[in-house]
Design a binder for this molecule. Structure first.
Ligand code: PLP
Length: 388
């Protein structure tokens, strides 16, 4: 099987498994316990926090471990907006882009539904980019925070995060970015990006599912969502997932060492894969920005098919990919991300996303491109046999 669905999840790396194993076995202590087992766990947690901080170019105290990207996004959007609203009730608006992951979009909608906020949605252009002018146009004195993703999970478009954060800061508004898909491929230097908050998920880069991080800058106030024993400096109560934190810090550290060679190798492979498909599949449309995109994502629409049928046909041919974001899988509705680019619903429902792991090879992608040509041809034949 050729696995081209790494944006959905990745297997745990051996080095990561080896680093986390002691904290699932012999060193199983609770970091809050006042005995040697607890102290060993607390030390491991502190070291993991420092290692993450090194990758993000921030202080260890600015790193909060969470249960994954969804929780990190919820904590950023709800936590920052509600903390600011508590100090100044006139701050009752949040800004998100039109192509956010549901973890951000639904957090904003929750603020609207339950706390009476207004959600301002910044449109994207046909390539999925948010421009500084588009962002500037929606900012108001009442805007409590802005959340715009670093790289999109369906089309791979990479936003000009540093420029967008600077626009928000010009209005004194904190800026969060969802870096779940960017992690492992792009720099996560929060100082260079100029962000106040940034989310990461472990399982997208070789750590287990259920591990994540939220960076929050300095004194950024965050209203906690999970109350209890006051762990994670009160931002996120609950006994810490020590093994998960060690795993995530190991995966991030490994990926930092592998960039930028990895990004350039996989970008090259992606370019060949894209050209191959555009040349051999009549009418294929590449979605997202042509160059400002993740090395690891190539998404297409194949008019005259349905994405789900192409997916099934590809799996029969030994290639596993996705018809949209993993979270939207199983629903027939066309992807809101593609609709936001101005793609009509009939074309949007023909979308197929290919996403590559760091281990992807040229031979795999050549074989996969051949399978795509065959799969799309077969689905089109079945849909309109009279044309053949
Ligand atoms: N944000 C983006 C851009 C994602 O792609 C995902 C997962 O697909 C998430 C957030 C959610 O992360 P998690 O699966 O760790 O909850």
């Amino acid at each position: 099987m050729i696995f081209l669905d790494a944006a959905a999840t990745t297997p745990v790396r051996r080095e990561v498994l080896e680093a986390m194993w002691p904290y699932l076995s012999g060193e199983f202590g609770n970091p809050s316990s006042h005995h040697s087992l607890g102290e060993a766990a607390a030390t491991a947690l502190a070291e993991a926090r420092s290692a993450v901080a090194k990758v993000l170019n921030c202080r260890a105290g600015e790193v909060t471990f969470t249960s994954g990207g969804t929780e990190a996004d919820n904590l950023a959007v709800k936590g920052i907006a509600l903390a600011r609203h508590a100090v100044d009730p006139s701050l009752n608006r949040v800004v998100i882009s039109a192509i956010e992951h549901p973890a951000v979009e639904e957090s904003a909608r929750y603020l609207e539904r339950v706390h009476g906020f207004t959600v301002d949605v910044v449109p994207v252009d046909r390539d999925g980019l948010v421009t500084v002018d588009a962002l500037r146009a929606v900012l108001r004195p009442e805007t409590a925070m802005v959340s715009i993703m670093y790289a999109n999970n369906e089309i791979g478009t990479v936003q000009p995060v540093a420029d967008l954060a600077a626009v928000a800061h010009g209005f004194g508004i904190p800026f969060h970015t969802d870096a779940v898909q960017a992690a492992g491929w792009l720099s996560l230097d929060v100082k260079a990006l100029g962000v106040d908050a940034l989310s990461i998920s472990g399982h997208k880069l070789g750590a287990p599912k259920g591990s994540g991080v939220l960076f929050t800058k300095g004194r950024t106030r965050v209203e906690p969502l999970v109350h209890g024993g006051g762990q994670e400096r009160g931002k996120r109560s609950g006994t810490e997932n020590v093994a998960g934190a060690v795993a995530l810090s190991t995966a991030l550290t490994l990926s930092l060492g592998e960039q930028p060679e990895l990004a350039s190798r996989v970008s090259g492979l992606r370019e060949r894969f894209v050209s191959h498909i555009l040349q051999t599949v009549p009418g294929a449309i590449l979605t997202g920005h042509r160059s400002q995109r993740l090395p690891s994502i190539a998404s297409f629409c194949f008019p005259g098919t349905s994405g789900e049928s192409v997916l099934l046909e590809l799996e029969r041919l030994g290639v596993v990919c996705s018809s949209g974001s993993a979270c939207a899988a199983g629903s027939d509705a066309p992807s809101p991300v593609l609709l936001a680019l101005g793609i009509v619903p009939e074309i949007a429902q023909t979308a197929v996303r290919f996403s590559f792991a760091s281990t992807v090879t040229e031979a795999e992608l050549e074989q996969a491109a051949g399978a795509v040509e065959a799969a799309v041809g077969r689905v089109r034949n079945l849909a309109s046999p009279q044309h053949n």
